[in-house]
Structure formats: structure tokens, C-alpha cells
Design a protein around this ligand. Sequence first.
Ligand SMILES: Nc1ncnc2c1ncn2[C@@H]1O[C@H](COP(=O)(O)OP(=O)(O)OP(=O)(O)O)[C@@H](O)[C@H]1O
Ligand SMILES: [Mg+2]
Length: 245
Amino acid sequence: MVEVKNIYKSFGSKEILSGVNLTLKDGEILSIIGKSGTGKSVLLKLIIGLISPDSGQIVVDGVDVTEFSEGEFNEKIRTKMSMVFQEGALWDSMTVAENIELALKIRKHLPEEERKQIISESLRLVGLDDVENKFPDELSGGMMKRAAIARAIAIRPKYLFYDEPTTGLDPVLSNIINGLILSLTKKLNTTALIISHDIDGVARISDRVAMLHEGKIILICNAKEMWNQQNEIFNHFIHGDTELT
Ligand SMILES: Nc1ncnc2c1ncn2[C@@H]1O[C@H](COP(=O)(O)OP(=O)(O)OP(=O)(O)O)[C@@H](O)[C@H]1O
Ligand SMILES: [Mg+2]
């Protein structure tokens, strides 16, 4: 379980997060929605220890990691977390296999034989064939997303974080990637936190949905009940009505 407790974060004089409270429960898929620039990516970066909050706490599996040094965080926490970044973020100068291998090497010490096995299994799990020796710029957008997901699952993380996994993909591909996220969460027994603008996808694959608005989580509900909420800002957002949001 990941607990985000009363987190504040400013950049310069601009307060981005103003007391965020959120719990990611083991085994669930939780999606965070909210308009562009509200701090969704910032919130994810705080959870994975890439940036520090001004105040508040991040508790992972009962351990307060807020004050952890980078070394301590890497050793104790990062081995159970993986992130699929908003920009896909495969390393351009390496092949797909080398990308996955490096991600594995950073976090886990495994014999080469075992690493090779994990690389092919991870690619198989995301439905990619014959791409091990391809470079990122030889892949289509959808293949790139799959490869980024394969790299993220290589360490078999307990927690998987996805920042806009379907942005920039056509509806058919978005559907495929959403289906993949859902099936991987079940198959690998992981917990997923997804940031998304793809409301229909969110409704389809999430257990719960939270909305970040003006620095706070203003609503969190079961995905099945997301179309019956009383919150006006949330309702306008999920119906794509931009006037109030
Ligand atoms: N390292 C940083 N330094 C200064 N400002 C930052 C930094 N990172 C993020 N911000 C600012 O924080 C705000 C929130 O950014 P963030 O990327 O979290 O938005 P977002 O909700 O993920 O938006 P989008 O949906 O467009 O991805 C923005 O105004 C952004 O400019
Ligand atoms: Mg973002």
C-alpha cells in the first residue's frame, strides 16, 4: 500500500499540490484524472522519489520514505516500483533488449542467462515479437509503448505507475494498451496507478478513479460508479465539458 499524506509541493511561488491525500491499495488499479498542468505527473514523481515534497509524507508498505536519501530509496523502495513515463522514454541509443537489460541491471543483480530469459518473457507478455534488436526509432508508437511497458515489468515490480499510457495513440491502439495494462496487473499480481486523459479507458480498466483539481484530490470513487457522482467539477471533466474545469 502507498499512502500519500497531506502533500504540499510548490515550484518557486507557484503551489502545485496543496494537501494531497491518497491511498493506493494493494492489487488495485487506481486512475488519476485532472486537467493538464494540475500536477498529476508531479504527484507521480513524488511517489517514486524523483522529487521531494515541501511537506507531508509518502508511506510505502508501512515505511515512511519521505526523508529517505536517494541511496536508501533505491535500495529499499525502487526495486518494487516501475514507471512508464509520459514520453515513453526508451533510451534511443540502445536496442529494445538493451533497454530492458539496463533497467534490470540497475535494480537487480541477476546472472546473464536469467536476464535474457526475463527480457524475452517481458516482451512476450506485452505481445512484441522480433524487436529485441530494433532501436526505438524503428518502432511504431504502439510498439514503443509496449516496449516501454516491457521494460517497466522486467523487474516484476509490486507497483507499476503509468503516466498517460495511451496519449498520442489512436482509439484502437489505446484500447489494446488499456487491455494490456489490465491483463498485466492481473497476471503479474501488481498494483497500478495510472494517470490518464482517456476517460473511457479509465472507466473500463480501473477499480477506482480520483480527480486532482487545484492541488487537491477532490473526489475518489469506484470506477463503476463514476457516471453517478454529485461533484459538478468531476462530472464536467469526465463529460469533456471544459467550461467549469
Ligand atoms: N521541475 C519543475 N520545475 C518547475 N515547475 C515544474 C516542474 N515540474 C512541474 N512543474 C510545473 O508544475 C505544474 C504541474 O505539472 P505536471 O507535469 O505535474 O502537470 P500534469 O497534471 O501532469 O499535466 P499534463 O496532463 O499536461 O501532463 C506545471 O505548471 C509545471 O510547469
Ligand atoms: Mg503529466
